[in-house]
Design a protein around this ligand. Sequence first.
Ligand code: ZN
Ligand code: ZN
Length: 276
Amino acid sequence: MTTSTHQLDLLDNALDSLAEALAKFEEGDAGEPKAYKFAVLHMAHFIELVFKHHIAEKHPLLIYKEPFGQKLDRNKTITLWDAVNFINNEAADTISKEFRADLEWLKRLRNEIEHHRFTMDVPQVRITIGRLFRSVLEFLEDYSDVEIESHIPARTMETFQILSDEYEFRRRDALREADAVEEANPRDYSSGDDEPPVRLDCPNCDNPTLVLNEDSDTGYRCTFCGNEESDDLPATCDICGVQTTIGELDFWETEDGQPEGRCYYCSGRYHADKDD
Ligand SMILES: [Zn+2]
Ligand SMILES: [Zn+2]
């Protein structure tokens, strides 16, 4: 095998691993939590190969453990950490402390999976995989000619875009979280009960992610931006007890300084409008 084909193999294999990682991530998102495990393994493989490829571009022999040995042992290649050290020796902090910490996490997780000691913390796995992937993309953009996007198979393109865009990624997570709250609080509005709505549009971030939350003073919190307010939140008139929304109430200060919400009728607006 010539060194140049070896380099191509590294990149090809890296891209194959990435395609697998994306497909497994997508399966995980679709409700198959075990699939995240394989997403982790494939992602780890992708990162290792793409870093090795980066080193091989400097010189093809540099991916071997002992390029200066009398006889080159092609079975001994550098590890991911050799590659990381090399890159940082070239220019300090190219691989930042945070990026390195995420790589350590990935290594630990891979180890746990391989030794069947793996307990899945799905949200943490998703968030860290996303952050790692963006760090790698940033690294490739800044320091290499490797262009990933055109090699992404069409079927995993959506997942690629979500993983590479932090805002979209967080938004997707927030929507999933809101879905879960909705599932946990089934409502039968046709029964005529006055149960408060489970989910509303958030006026702060414009996502349908303002959901019931016991820890919130208003009873609601947005799973995306944390906002707890909306004119559409259910409210009760403090005078007559009618069910309405915050936006429909007028607020008055009572003598002891407490705000009092009054509906259209009790606030006197009805009479004022009628007299006009
Ligand atoms: Zn929001
Ligand atoms: Zn009223």
